[in-house]
Design a protein around this ligand. Structure first.
Ligand code: TRP
Ligand code: SF4
Length: 401
Protein backbone atom coordinates (compact mmCIF):
# COMPACT_ATOMS: atom_id res chain seq x y z
CA UNK A 1 0.00 0.00 0.00
CA UNK A 2 1.29 3.44 -0.83
CA UNK A 3 0.98 6.76 1.06
CA UNK A 4 -2.29 7.55 2.78
CA UNK A 5 -5.09 5.37 1.46
CA UNK A 6 -8.77 5.35 2.33
CA UNK A 7 -9.28 1.99 4.00
CA UNK A 8 -12.66 0.43 4.66
CA UNK A 9 -13.62 -2.89 6.15
CA UNK A 10 -16.60 -4.43 7.84
CA UNK A 11 -17.42 -7.38 10.04
CA UNK A 12 -20.68 -9.10 10.66
CA UNK A 13 -21.68 -8.90 14.31
CA UNK A 14 -20.91 -12.31 15.78
CA UNK A 15 -20.70 -11.32 19.44
CA UNK A 16 -17.50 -11.77 21.43
CA UNK A 17 -14.62 -12.37 19.03
CA UNK A 18 -12.03 -15.14 19.22
CA UNK A 19 -8.27 -15.01 18.73
CA UNK A 20 -8.75 -16.18 15.14
CA UNK A 21 -10.65 -12.96 14.42
CA UNK A 22 -7.84 -11.03 16.08
CA UNK A 23 -4.95 -12.59 14.18
CA UNK A 24 -6.96 -12.91 10.97
CA UNK A 25 -8.35 -9.38 10.74
CA UNK A 26 -8.31 -7.07 13.74
CA UNK A 27 -4.55 -7.02 14.20
CA UNK A 28 -4.25 -5.81 10.63
CA UNK A 29 -6.96 -3.19 11.12
CA UNK A 30 -5.05 -1.84 14.11
CA UNK A 31 -1.84 -1.65 12.10
CA UNK A 32 -3.50 0.17 9.20
CA UNK A 33 -4.91 2.96 11.34
CA UNK A 34 -1.38 4.33 11.93
CA UNK A 35 -0.80 5.31 8.33
CA UNK A 36 -4.19 5.43 6.64
CA UNK A 37 -7.63 6.93 6.92
CA UNK A 38 -9.64 3.99 8.20
CA UNK A 39 -13.37 3.27 8.35
CA UNK A 40 -14.44 0.14 10.19
CA UNK A 41 -18.06 -0.80 10.51
CA UNK A 42 -20.38 -3.38 11.95
CA UNK A 43 -22.28 -4.98 9.07
CA UNK A 44 -25.55 -5.43 10.93
CA UNK A 45 -27.70 -5.38 7.79
CA UNK A 46 -25.46 -8.10 6.39
CA UNK A 47 -26.19 -10.22 9.44
CA UNK A 48 -29.89 -9.98 8.65
CA UNK A 49 -29.39 -11.34 5.13
CA UNK A 50 -28.74 -14.76 6.66
CA UNK A 51 -29.98 -14.51 10.26
CA UNK A 52 -33.29 -12.72 9.91
CA UNK A 53 -34.84 -15.36 12.13
CA UNK A 54 -32.68 -14.63 15.17
CA UNK A 55 -32.84 -10.87 15.59
CA UNK A 56 -33.05 -11.06 19.38
CA UNK A 57 -29.29 -11.52 19.76
CA UNK A 58 -28.29 -8.86 17.24
CA UNK A 59 -27.79 -5.78 19.39
CA UNK A 60 -25.96 -7.62 22.14
CA UNK A 61 -23.63 -9.17 19.53
CA UNK A 62 -22.93 -5.74 18.12
CA UNK A 63 -21.84 -4.24 21.46
CA UNK A 64 -19.79 -7.30 22.43
CA UNK A 65 -17.94 -7.17 19.16
CA UNK A 66 -17.29 -3.44 19.38
CA UNK A 67 -15.75 -3.88 22.82
CA UNK A 68 -13.38 -6.42 21.32
CA UNK A 69 -12.42 -3.99 18.55
CA UNK A 70 -11.48 -1.41 21.15
CA UNK A 71 -9.79 -4.06 23.30
CA UNK A 72 -7.66 -5.02 20.30
CA UNK A 73 -6.47 -1.44 20.01
CA UNK A 74 -8.71 0.15 17.41
CA UNK A 75 -8.40 3.81 18.29
CA UNK A 76 -11.56 5.87 17.73
CA UNK A 77 -9.40 9.00 17.56
CA UNK A 78 -7.74 7.69 14.43
CA UNK A 79 -10.24 5.27 12.89
CA UNK A 80 -13.93 5.89 12.30
CA UNK A 81 -15.99 3.06 13.78
CA UNK A 82 -19.68 2.88 13.06
CA UNK A 83 -22.80 0.82 12.47
CA UNK A 84 -23.97 0.24 8.93
CA UNK A 85 -27.65 0.66 9.80
CA UNK A 86 -26.98 4.09 11.32
CA UNK A 87 -25.76 5.38 7.95
CA UNK A 88 -28.87 5.08 5.77
CA UNK A 89 -26.95 6.38 2.76
CA UNK A 90 -25.63 2.82 2.35
CA UNK A 91 -29.19 1.72 1.63
CA UNK A 92 -29.77 4.52 -0.83
CA UNK A 93 -26.65 3.71 -2.80
CA UNK A 94 -27.52 0.00 -2.68
CA UNK A 95 -30.91 0.80 -4.17
CA UNK A 96 -29.53 3.01 -6.93
CA UNK A 97 -26.78 0.56 -7.86
CA UNK A 98 -29.48 -2.07 -8.10
CA UNK A 99 -30.87 -0.25 -11.14
CA UNK A 100 -27.76 -0.96 -13.18
CA UNK A 101 -26.49 -4.26 -11.79
CA UNK A 102 -27.11 -7.26 -14.04
CA UNK A 103 -28.75 -10.12 -12.17
CA UNK A 104 -26.18 -12.51 -13.58
CA UNK A 105 -23.37 -10.68 -11.75
CA UNK A 106 -25.02 -11.55 -8.45
CA UNK A 107 -25.95 -15.09 -9.38
CA UNK A 108 -22.39 -15.96 -10.32
CA UNK A 109 -20.79 -14.73 -7.06
CA UNK A 110 -19.19 -17.95 -5.73
CA UNK A 111 -20.37 -17.48 -2.14
CA UNK A 112 -23.99 -17.35 -3.33
CA UNK A 113 -24.55 -21.00 -4.16
CA UNK A 114 -21.94 -22.19 -1.61
CA UNK A 115 -23.65 -20.51 1.30
CA UNK A 116 -27.12 -21.67 0.32
CA UNK A 117 -25.62 -25.16 0.23
CA UNK A 118 -23.85 -24.71 3.59
CA UNK A 119 -26.73 -23.13 5.50
CA UNK A 120 -29.30 -25.68 4.41
CA UNK A 121 -31.33 -25.20 7.57
CA UNK A 122 -32.08 -21.59 6.58
CA UNK A 123 -34.22 -20.37 3.76
CA UNK A 124 -31.91 -18.12 1.77
CA UNK A 125 -33.99 -17.88 -1.36
CA UNK A 126 -34.57 -14.21 -0.57
CA UNK A 127 -34.00 -11.04 -2.49
CA UNK A 128 -31.83 -9.73 0.37
CA UNK A 129 -29.46 -12.67 0.30
CA UNK A 130 -28.98 -12.53 -3.45
CA UNK A 131 -28.33 -8.82 -3.19
CA UNK A 132 -25.87 -8.81 -0.32
CA UNK A 133 -22.69 -8.60 -2.42
CA UNK A 134 -24.19 -5.49 -3.99
CA UNK A 135 -24.86 -4.10 -0.53
CA UNK A 136 -21.18 -4.76 0.18
CA UNK A 137 -20.26 -2.89 -3.00
CA UNK A 138 -22.32 0.06 -1.78
CA UNK A 139 -20.57 -0.12 1.64
CA UNK A 140 -17.23 0.26 -0.09
CA UNK A 141 -18.03 2.68 -2.90
CA UNK A 142 -19.87 5.13 -0.69
CA UNK A 143 -16.58 5.93 1.11
CA UNK A 144 -14.57 5.91 -2.11
CA UNK A 145 -12.30 3.45 -0.36
CA UNK A 146 -9.11 2.58 -2.20
CA UNK A 147 -8.12 -0.42 -0.06
CA UNK A 148 -10.37 -3.06 1.44
CA UNK A 149 -8.69 -5.51 3.81
CA UNK A 150 -10.54 -8.82 3.50
CA UNK A 151 -9.99 -12.55 3.62
CA UNK A 152 -9.60 -14.61 0.50
CA UNK A 153 -13.27 -15.66 0.39
CA UNK A 154 -14.27 -12.02 -0.05
CA UNK A 155 -12.05 -11.26 -3.04
CA UNK A 156 -14.79 -12.01 -5.63
CA UNK A 157 -16.96 -9.42 -3.89
CA UNK A 158 -14.27 -6.79 -4.27
CA UNK A 159 -13.85 -7.78 -7.91
CA UNK A 160 -17.56 -7.28 -8.46
CA UNK A 161 -17.40 -3.94 -6.66
CA UNK A 162 -14.77 -2.82 -9.15
CA UNK A 163 -16.96 -3.87 -12.05
CA UNK A 164 -19.89 -1.98 -10.59
CA UNK A 165 -17.80 1.18 -10.18
CA UNK A 166 -16.59 0.91 -13.77
CA UNK A 167 -20.10 0.37 -15.08
CA UNK A 168 -21.44 3.26 -13.04
CA UNK A 169 -18.73 5.65 -14.23
CA UNK A 170 -19.21 4.56 -17.82
CA UNK A 171 -22.97 5.08 -17.65
CA UNK A 172 -23.03 8.27 -15.62
CA UNK A 173 -19.57 9.80 -15.95
CA UNK A 174 -19.46 10.11 -19.72
CA UNK A 175 -19.54 13.69 -20.96
CA UNK A 176 -19.37 15.20 -24.42
CA UNK A 177 -16.14 17.17 -24.85
CA UNK A 178 -14.62 15.41 -21.86
CA UNK A 179 -11.07 16.16 -22.93
CA UNK A 180 -11.69 19.91 -23.26
CA UNK A 181 -13.49 19.99 -19.94
CA UNK A 182 -10.64 18.17 -18.23
CA UNK A 183 -8.12 20.57 -19.68
CA UNK A 184 -10.18 23.49 -18.50
CA UNK A 185 -9.92 22.12 -14.97
CA UNK A 186 -6.21 21.64 -15.43
CA UNK A 187 -5.82 25.33 -16.19
CA UNK A 188 -7.22 26.10 -12.76
CA UNK A 189 -4.21 24.42 -11.17
CA UNK A 190 -0.96 26.33 -10.85
CA UNK A 191 1.53 25.78 -13.67
CA UNK A 192 3.77 23.65 -11.50
CA UNK A 193 0.93 21.44 -10.28
CA UNK A 194 -0.49 21.06 -13.77
CA UNK A 195 2.94 20.05 -15.00
CA UNK A 196 3.34 17.46 -12.26
CA UNK A 197 -0.11 16.15 -13.03
CA UNK A 198 0.56 15.73 -16.74
CA UNK A 199 3.83 13.95 -16.04
CA UNK A 200 2.14 11.58 -13.62
CA UNK A 201 -0.62 10.97 -16.17
CA UNK A 202 1.86 10.16 -18.88
CA UNK A 203 3.87 7.80 -16.67
CA UNK A 204 0.71 6.02 -15.60
CA UNK A 205 -0.88 5.74 -19.03
CA UNK A 206 2.33 4.88 -20.86
CA UNK A 207 4.05 2.63 -18.29
CA UNK A 208 1.20 1.61 -15.98
CA UNK A 209 3.23 3.12 -13.12
CA UNK A 210 1.09 2.75 -9.95
CA UNK A 211 3.24 5.23 -8.04
CA UNK A 212 2.52 7.81 -10.72
CA UNK A 213 -1.18 7.08 -10.40
CA UNK A 214 -0.95 7.62 -6.64
CA UNK A 215 1.02 10.85 -7.17
CA UNK A 216 -1.60 12.11 -9.65
CA UNK A 217 -4.40 11.32 -7.21
CA UNK A 218 -2.50 13.06 -4.46
CA UNK A 219 -2.23 16.19 -6.61
CA UNK A 220 -5.97 16.14 -7.23
CA UNK A 221 -6.64 15.68 -3.53
CA UNK A 222 -4.44 18.61 -2.61
CA UNK A 223 -5.62 21.02 -5.29
CA UNK A 224 -7.70 23.76 -3.72
CA UNK A 225 -10.81 25.42 -5.05
CA UNK A 226 -12.08 22.59 -7.26
CA UNK A 227 -15.69 21.42 -7.28
CA UNK A 228 -16.22 17.70 -6.89
CA UNK A 229 -17.28 17.24 -10.54
CA UNK A 230 -14.00 18.90 -11.49
CA UNK A 231 -11.98 16.57 -9.32
CA UNK A 232 -13.79 13.62 -10.88
CA UNK A 233 -12.93 14.91 -14.34
CA UNK A 234 -9.27 15.19 -13.46
CA UNK A 235 -9.33 11.71 -11.93
CA UNK A 236 -10.84 10.35 -15.14
CA UNK A 237 -8.36 12.27 -17.25
CA UNK A 238 -5.54 10.78 -15.19
CA UNK A 239 -6.79 7.24 -15.71
CA UNK A 240 -8.03 7.60 -19.26
CA UNK A 241 -11.76 7.24 -18.58
CA UNK A 242 -14.70 9.64 -18.22
CA UNK A 243 -15.48 11.31 -14.91
CA UNK A 244 -14.70 9.00 -12.00
CA UNK A 245 -17.62 9.33 -9.64
CA UNK A 246 -17.12 6.04 -7.84
CA UNK A 247 -13.59 4.88 -7.12
CA UNK A 248 -12.45 1.32 -7.86
CA UNK A 249 -11.14 -0.27 -4.67
CA UNK A 250 -8.39 -2.85 -4.36
CA UNK A 251 -8.60 -5.92 -2.13
CA UNK A 252 -5.86 -5.75 0.49
CA UNK A 253 -5.28 -9.43 1.06
CA UNK A 254 -3.42 -10.05 4.27
CA UNK A 255 -1.33 -13.10 5.03
CA UNK A 256 -3.20 -14.52 7.97
CA UNK A 257 -2.41 -17.61 9.98
CA UNK A 258 -5.25 -20.11 10.19
CA UNK A 259 -5.66 -20.76 13.87
CA UNK A 260 -7.07 -24.13 14.86
CA UNK A 261 -9.67 -24.46 17.59
CA UNK A 262 -9.08 -26.48 20.74
CA UNK A 263 -10.17 -29.67 18.96
CA UNK A 264 -7.87 -29.09 15.99
CA UNK A 265 -10.72 -28.14 13.64
CA UNK A 266 -11.08 -24.63 12.20
CA UNK A 267 -11.78 -22.22 15.06
CA UNK A 268 -15.42 -21.22 15.15
CA UNK A 269 -17.83 -20.28 17.89
CA UNK A 270 -20.45 -22.55 16.39
CA UNK A 271 -18.14 -25.56 16.78
CA UNK A 272 -17.62 -24.74 20.47
CA UNK A 273 -13.83 -24.88 20.02
CA UNK A 274 -13.03 -21.18 20.09
CA UNK A 275 -10.57 -19.36 22.32
CA UNK A 276 -12.20 -15.98 22.86
CA UNK A 277 -10.23 -12.75 23.03
CA UNK A 278 -11.36 -12.15 26.57
CA UNK A 279 -11.51 -15.44 28.42
CA UNK A 280 -11.45 -15.63 32.19
CA UNK A 281 -7.80 -16.58 32.97
CA UNK A 282 -8.80 -19.86 34.61
CA UNK A 283 -11.02 -20.90 31.71
CA UNK A 284 -8.28 -19.97 29.25
CA UNK A 285 -5.70 -22.06 31.08
CA UNK A 286 -8.09 -25.00 31.19
CA UNK A 287 -8.89 -24.73 27.48
CA UNK A 288 -5.25 -24.89 26.49
CA UNK A 289 -4.48 -27.70 28.92
CA UNK A 290 -7.27 -29.75 27.35
CA UNK A 291 -6.42 -28.79 23.80
CA UNK A 292 -5.97 -31.62 21.29
CA UNK A 293 -2.37 -32.66 20.47
CA UNK A 294 -0.66 -35.05 18.08
CA UNK A 295 -2.69 -38.24 18.55
CA UNK A 296 0.55 -40.26 18.30
CA UNK A 297 1.51 -39.05 21.77
CA UNK A 298 -0.63 -41.40 23.78
CA UNK A 299 1.90 -41.79 26.58
CA UNK A 300 4.41 -39.24 27.80
CA UNK A 301 7.20 -41.43 26.37
CA UNK A 302 5.74 -41.51 22.83
CA UNK A 303 7.51 -39.09 20.48
CA UNK A 304 5.32 -36.73 18.45
CA UNK A 305 5.36 -34.54 15.37
CA UNK A 306 4.51 -30.85 15.81
CA UNK A 307 3.30 -30.73 12.20
CA UNK A 308 0.39 -32.94 13.25
CA UNK A 309 -0.42 -30.93 16.34
CA UNK A 310 -2.79 -27.96 16.57
CA UNK A 311 -0.88 -26.65 19.60
CA UNK A 312 2.09 -26.13 17.30
CA UNK A 313 0.04 -23.75 15.13
CA UNK A 314 -0.44 -21.58 18.20
CA UNK A 315 3.27 -21.70 19.01
CA UNK A 316 3.97 -20.42 15.52
CA UNK A 317 1.94 -17.33 16.30
CA UNK A 318 2.79 -16.82 19.94
CA UNK A 319 6.26 -18.20 20.65
CA UNK A 320 9.80 -17.00 20.04
CA UNK A 321 12.14 -18.84 17.73
CA UNK A 322 13.93 -20.30 20.77
CA UNK A 323 10.72 -21.64 22.30
CA UNK A 324 9.67 -23.09 18.97
CA UNK A 325 12.97 -24.95 18.76
CA UNK A 326 12.54 -26.24 22.29
CA UNK A 327 9.06 -27.50 21.33
CA UNK A 328 10.21 -29.12 18.11
CA UNK A 329 13.10 -30.99 19.72
CA UNK A 330 11.25 -31.88 22.90
CA UNK A 331 8.22 -33.17 21.01
CA UNK A 332 10.14 -35.31 18.53
CA UNK A 333 12.36 -36.82 21.25
CA UNK A 334 9.61 -37.12 23.87
CA UNK A 335 11.88 -34.94 25.98
CA UNK A 336 8.95 -32.78 27.05
CA UNK A 337 5.34 -33.65 27.80
CA UNK A 338 2.41 -31.92 26.16
CA UNK A 339 1.56 -30.01 29.33
CA UNK A 340 5.14 -28.72 29.50
CA UNK A 341 4.81 -27.71 25.88
CA UNK A 342 1.59 -25.82 26.50
CA UNK A 343 2.86 -23.85 29.49
CA UNK A 344 4.68 -21.06 27.56
CA UNK A 345 1.61 -20.74 25.35
CA UNK A 346 -0.67 -20.35 28.32
CA UNK A 347 1.60 -17.61 29.63
CA UNK A 348 1.73 -15.81 26.28
CA UNK A 349 -2.04 -15.95 25.87
CA UNK A 350 -2.66 -14.76 29.44
CA UNK A 351 -0.32 -11.81 28.89
CA UNK A 352 -1.94 -10.89 25.58
CA UNK A 353 -5.44 -11.12 27.01
CA UNK A 354 -4.54 -9.13 30.12
CA UNK A 355 -4.04 -6.12 27.85
CA UNK A 356 -7.37 -6.75 26.13
CA UNK A 357 -9.20 -7.11 29.46
CA UNK A 358 -7.68 -3.87 30.61
CA UNK A 359 -8.68 -1.94 27.49
CA UNK A 360 -12.21 -3.36 27.60
CA UNK A 361 -12.76 -2.57 31.26
CA UNK A 362 -13.81 1.11 30.94
CA UNK A 363 -16.46 0.22 28.37
CA UNK A 364 -17.83 -2.64 30.42
CA UNK A 365 -18.03 -0.30 33.39
CA UNK A 366 -19.54 2.53 31.36
CA UNK A 367 -21.45 1.24 28.34
CA UNK A 368 -22.52 4.83 27.70
CA UNK A 369 -18.92 5.71 26.77
CA UNK A 370 -18.97 3.06 24.05
CA UNK A 371 -22.28 4.32 22.71
CA UNK A 372 -20.90 7.85 22.47
CA UNK A 373 -17.84 6.70 20.56
CA UNK A 374 -19.99 4.82 18.08
CA UNK A 375 -22.43 7.72 17.78
CA UNK A 376 -19.50 10.03 16.87
CA UNK A 377 -18.25 7.50 14.33
CA UNK A 378 -21.70 7.19 12.75
CA UNK A 379 -21.96 10.95 12.42
CA UNK A 380 -18.56 11.17 10.76
CA UNK A 381 -19.40 8.29 8.42
CA UNK A 382 -22.70 9.91 7.45
CA UNK A 383 -20.89 13.11 6.48
CA UNK A 384 -18.52 11.31 4.13
CA UNK A 385 -21.26 9.06 2.74
CA UNK A 386 -23.51 12.04 2.09
CA UNK A 387 -20.81 13.74 -0.01
CA UNK A 388 -20.69 10.73 -2.31
CA UNK A 389 -24.46 10.48 -2.44
CA UNK A 390 -24.78 14.10 -3.52
CA UNK A 391 -22.58 13.30 -6.53
CA UNK A 392 -24.37 10.04 -7.24
CA UNK A 393 -27.81 11.62 -7.13
CA UNK A 394 -26.71 14.39 -9.44
CA UNK A 395 -25.10 11.93 -11.86
CA UNK A 396 -28.30 9.89 -11.97
CA UNK A 397 -30.55 12.82 -12.70
CA UNK A 398 -31.92 13.11 -9.19
CA UNK A 399 -30.86 16.67 -8.52
CA UNK A 400 -33.87 18.95 -8.39
CA UNK A 401 -32.41 22.21 -7.14
N1 TRP B 1 -19.22 -9.55 3.71
C1 TRP B 1 -18.17 -9.37 4.70
C2 TRP B 1 -18.02 -10.68 5.47
O1 TRP B 1 -18.93 -11.48 5.48
C3 TRP B 1 -18.47 -8.25 5.65
C4 TRP B 1 -18.58 -6.97 4.91
C5 TRP B 1 -19.73 -6.32 4.61
C6 TRP B 1 -17.53 -6.21 4.37
N2 TRP B 1 -19.47 -5.18 3.93
C7 TRP B 1 -18.13 -5.08 3.76
C8 TRP B 1 -16.13 -6.36 4.33
C9 TRP B 1 -17.37 -4.14 3.10
C10 TRP B 1 -15.39 -5.41 3.66
C11 TRP B 1 -16.00 -4.29 3.04
O2 TRP B 1 -16.99 -10.86 6.09
FE1 SF4 C 1 1.83 -30.92 20.39
FE2 SF4 C 1 3.63 -29.92 22.02
FE3 SF4 C 1 2.49 -32.27 22.56
FE4 SF4 C 1 4.22 -32.07 20.57
S1 SF4 C 1 4.67 -31.77 22.73
S2 SF4 C 1 2.25 -33.11 20.53
S3 SF4 C 1 3.78 -30.01 19.81
S4 SF4 C 1 1.50 -30.29 22.49
Amino acid sequence: MSERERVLSGMRPTGALHIGHYHGALKNWVRLQDAHECFYFVADWHALTTHYESVEVLSDSVWQMLIDWLAAGIDPQRATIFLQSRVPQHAELFLLLGMVTPLAWLERVPTYKDTIEKLKDRDLSTYGFLGYPLMQAADILIYRATQVPVGEDQVPHIEMTREIARRFNRLFGAEPDFEEKAQAVLRKLGAEQADGFLQARQRYQRDGDREALAAGRRLIGQASGLASAERQRLAGYLEGTGRIILVEPAAALTETPKLPGTDGQKMSKSYGNAILMREAPKALTEKIRRMATDPARVRRSDPGDPQRCPVWQLHRVYSSEATQQWVDRGCRSAGIGCLDCKQPLIEALLAEQAVWHERAQPYLAKPQRLREIVEDGCARARRVAEETMADVRAAMGLQYA
